[in-house]
Structure formats: C-alpha cells, structure tokens
Design a protein around this ligand. Structure first.
Ligand code: GLC
Ligand code: CA
Length: 558
C-alpha cells in the first residue's frame, strides 16, 4: 500500500476572503478588516481551518491589491496594522490559521522601488525591474501581457521600456537581482514573525525570465512569450533559496499559483522530501472544462474533459505530493453558471461541492461559494471594474461586436466573483450601511443570502458544513487513494477513495434529468452508509439508483 504522510495542512480546509467585497464595517461601501473581525465566528462555523486573505497591503488597487505599493502596511481602506493584528489574534483564538497572499512577480508602479528605478540606470533600484531599450520603434520583444496588449511600457524620459506581464501598473520584478530576493525573504520573515501561517504565492512560476528575454516564435493569445518566463531557468534555485533561508524555519504552509501547469511540472516543486519547495500548488486545468485555457475562450461544458484532468491530478500526485482543490476564486466566474445549472442551482452547487471536496487534497472555498452565489448580469462595460475584463472586452469587441462581447464578459469576467457577499435580504445585501456599495450587488440577494440559509437545514450553506465535517472526521476522505469509475460516461462522474479498511464511493450526476446509476463492480451499496446526499431519502434500486437531476451521493464503507 502507498505510504501517505500525514500533516496538518493536508487535513485543513481554507476559506478565501477577497477583502473589498467581504463585509464593510464603517459604511464607506468597501469591505474591511473590522468587517472580517465581525464574521470570524461565521467563518469558523463553516468548519474550515484557515483563512487566505487576498492582498490586504497598501495598493493603488489597479488590480485590487495584486499591485502592491508597500508590502509592510495595510491598505487604509481596509484598516490599520492594529486591525490586522486583531484579526490575526481573533482567528488564532478560534483555531483558524491565516494565510497571506504574497505577490512577488511584480509590484505596483507606485512602490518606492519602482519610483526610484525611474531615476535612471545609476539608481540601485533600476535593476529591480526589467528596463530595456526598444528595437527601433518596437518594444524589446514580442511578449504579450496576460491582460491583453504588449508586455512592455515605454518611458520617454529614460527612453526605455519596462516589462509588465500583467497590467501596465504592475512592473515585473527582476528576481535575478540578489537584492530583490533579499527583499522578498525579508517580507516573508516580517509576516511570519508576526504570526501568519503561510503564503499563497501569486503566479510564482513566472518569477524567473529566460536570459536575454528573447522574442517568441509562437503566437499564443494573451501569453506570447510564456515559454520564456513560465518555469524559467532559475525558478528552482529561487524557490529553494526562499525555502532554505526562510520558510523551513517556520511551521508554515505555502500554495503556489501556477497558470498552465501540468502534473509533471508541479511535481518538480511539490514532491515530498528534502527537495520540496512548496506545500502544494494551484493549477488551472480543471477550470477549462467550459473553455480553451481560460473562460474568455468559451466552449461547451465537457464533463469528460473535466474528469480526465481530475483523475490525472489525483493519480499522478498520490502519495508523492499534495493537491490544492478549488472550483472558485477571485479570478473565476461563479461555478454554478459554468459547471452547474441555474435551474437546479442549489442541487448543482451542492453536487459540485461534493465533487471537489471529496477528492484528495486541501479544499479552498471562495467567499459566497458556500451559499451558491451566481454570476451577475451587467448591461454596460463601464460598470465593470476589473482591468482584465476591460482589456479582454476590447479585444473581444473587435471580433464579436459590442453586444456579443458584453455577453461574453457577463460569462467570463472575474468581476462575477467580486460582487459583495450577500449576507441578508436587507438593503445592500447586508454588506454595507452606505447608500451604495463600491461595486454592483447581485440583485438576486433577496433570494440568495447567508441569513436565509443559516436556518434552513437543506441550504447550500449547511450542506457545506456537513461536507467539511464529514471530511474532517473521516481519514478516507482526506488520505484515501482515488479511483475513477465509468470514465466514458458524459453524464456521471463516479469515483471511490480507499484508505486502510475504509472505502467511500462518490456518485455525481451532471444531468438535468433523472439518470440511472448502477454501482461499479466490488461495491455493494446496501453494505455502505449514505453519508451525504443533496436530496432527501436516497433510495436504492437493486445495487444502484435512479439519480435525480444533479444528484450527489456519498457512500461510506467501513
Ligand atoms: C494572479 C491573481 C490575479 C492577479 C494576477 C496578477 O493570477 O490571482 O488576481 O490579477 O495574479 O497579480
Ligand atoms: Ca469599509
């Protein structure tokens, strides 16, 4: 039997807070830390073990905190360092760990380092960034920004361009400069010494660029040049340095974000043992079952594609490395709109929760996901606030025309996940006492909100609680080996887990009509206990059942 090592971060589940839209305490329409403080008991009540905060640092908010102007202070709109410490203590008192977002691929153009770098190449900070001369009238190379457009911005005074793989206001840091790495390590220490429990490391696989920054022969939408900066030449070296000099000295966890990563490249960083660099990593492959690479290249939802990806990650990592599981975050449209059904919103939200939380890995839950929040329909591009939405829309408009581009934005925009959390059916969904929140509130808040689900035993919210409790209490759900069944079905996703003498069987229907299910060989359902189901009184017919639309069942065999 495979030897799987136990450890605290494998047993936990994590709740992600995107602070701007979580809870506003002072009536300015913007979520803040005292708002978080008032909801710590709520977060704890979900049964999670940790909170990951999207960036709380001082930032001009061009990319809502992923453009950091000062790594050691709190964005004034969110509160003060004292407020943060209160949240940290309050979380710890409740047994919740705190994970910070660490964005080191780039800073804000308002960071002191960048301002200094603008003073010219004799300034020591000039080499903190990638400043280069153009090629005649053209930028130094043909790389594209992830947010659309070229990855270079010209500065007239210096007659040089700087590299930005994301927004113009997010200049890339030159990690090859040992002083930059020293700064990064100092920042890590600063937060770990304060007591935080780990980091989510933003686009961490982009931090080492190929020497000479060569142009790319391939045109890849929003990613031309990526082979020169994804898993770059010194990535291992830098991750080792961060680990050896800082992270290994603390009892902390790390989760690295890595677009376009495969299991093979992940294993280089997360295989357990002496050379492990990160605890786990976020990949994106399972978020492309309804699109090509990312949601703006929309395709029809394809269950077989989804299952194939999940099975590959479950099998390739088992007993070697650990998965980070998620179906939503601040960069992804809401999952019920994508892989579920609006008609069967509650059923499909619960089914999708079961689908990923019962896999082997650490589950992450994004704010609002636990009540089945949905995408928002916005009728004008001007009402969107996300920089990448605007850029992608402008590109889409040229190809599809305005109307279709807006419809696509309604489906694909990251802003879908960034509407304020719907706490109640009161004014502004109970998010703020201001007249208006900083961003649109989904008009469906009267129907979809935390308060109405609190007291409903059948709510999505209470299903999440049951599910997380089940996971925590059953090692088979945490450590069990995964096996997929009925691989060829395009309606059902069925897998089992096996640990010591226990087994569990997870049955998921992606069908909006009743669908027949027969237990796979080796499973006698009447010997098991149906521990989770999103419908009442799940019945058996022979050794199977007639699954209702989007039904999910979990059988436990002891
Ligand atoms: C990551 C973040 C995203 C951000 C980008 C640039 O993908 O999750 O929100 O825009 O990096 O920092
Ligand atoms: Ca506020």
């Amino acid at each position: 039997m495979d030897d799987i090592k136990k450890c605290w971060y494998k047993e936990m589940s994590v709740y992600q807070v995107w602070p701007r839209s979580f809870c506003d305490s002072n009536g300015d329409g913007i979520g803040d830390l005292r708002g978080v403080l008032s909801k710590l008991d709520y977060i704890k009540s979900l049964g999670v073990d940790a909170i990951w905060f999207s960036p709380l640092y001082k930032s001009p908010q061009k990319d809502y905190g992923y453009d950091i102007a000062d790594y050691r202070s709190i964005q004034p709109e969110y509160g003060t360092m004292e407020d943060f410490k209160e949240v940290l203590d309050g979380a710890h008192e409740r047994g919740l760990r705190v994970i910070m977002d660490l964005v080191i691929n780039h800073t804000s153009d308002q960071h002191e380092w960048f301002k200094e770098s603008l003073k010219g190449d004799d300034n020591p900070y000039h080499d903190y960034y990638f400043w280069r001369k153009g090629k005649g009238p053209f930028p130094p190379n043909n790389w594209m920004s992830t947010f659309a457009g070229p990855a270079w911005e010209y500065n007239e005074k210096l007659d040089e361009y700087y590299l930005h793989l994301f927004a113009v206001e997010q200049p890339d840091l030159n990690m090859d400069n040992p002083n930059v790495r020293r700064e990064v390590k100092d920042i890590m220490k600063f937060w770990l010494d304060m007591g935080v429990d780990g980091f989510r490391e933003d686009v961490i696989t982009f931090i080492s660029k190929r020497e000479g920054l060569p142009s790319s022969p391939y045109w890849i939408p929003v990613a031309t040049g990526i082979e020169n900066y994804m898993h770059g030449p010194h990535l291992d070296e830098y991750l080792n340095e961060f680990k050896n000099d800082v992270l290994s000295k603390y009892d902390c966890m790390t989760v690295g974000e890595a677009p376009m990563m495969t299991t093979k490249s992940a294993l280089k960083h997360i295989t357990e043992g002496e050379n492990q660099q990160l605890s786990m990593m976020f990949h994106f492959e399972h978020m492309a079952a309804d699109c090509f690479i990312y949601s703006w290249f929309k395709t029809k939802f394809n269950l077989k594609k989804l299952k194939k990806v999940y099975t590959r990650w479950q099998n390739d990592l088992y007993a070697k490395a650990w998965n980070a599981l998620y179906i939503e975050n601040h960069d992804q449209p809401r999952i019920v709109n994508r892989y579920g059904s609006l008609k069967y919103r509650a059923e499909s939200a619960k089914m999708l929760a079961t689908m990923y939380i019962c896999q082997c890995g650490t589950p992450f839950i994004y704010q609002g996901q636990e009540i089945g929040m949905t995408n928002i329909e916005i009728d004008s591009i001007d009402k969107y606030t996300d920089v990448s939405t605007k850029n992608n829309y402008n590109v889409a408009k040229k190809i599809l025309g305005e109307k279709k581009a807006l419809k696509l934005a309604n489906y694909a925009s990251r802003d879908n996940a960034r509407t304020p959390v719907q706490w109640s059916d009161a004014k502004n969904a109970g998010f703020t006492s201001a007249n208006e929140a900083w961003f649109c509130i989904n008009p469906n808040y009267k129907e979809i909100n935390v308060a109405s689900q609190e007291n409903d035993p059948d709510s999505i919210l209470n299903y999440y609680r049951k599910l997380l409790k089940f996971r925590k209490e059953n090692e088979v759900c945490i450590y069990g080996k995964y096996e997929e069944h009925y691989r060829d079905s395009d309606k059902l996703y069925v897998y089992s887990r096996h640990y010591e003498n226990e087994r569990m069987l997870v049955i998921l229907s992606f069908c909006d009509k009743p669908h027949l299910f027969k237990a796979p060989d080796g499973f006698d359902l009447k010997d098991g206990e149906c521990v989770l189901c999103n419908y009442h009184n799940p019945k058996l017919v022979d050794n199977g059942c007639l699954l209702k639309p989007y039904e999910a069942r979990v059988y436990l065999f002891k």
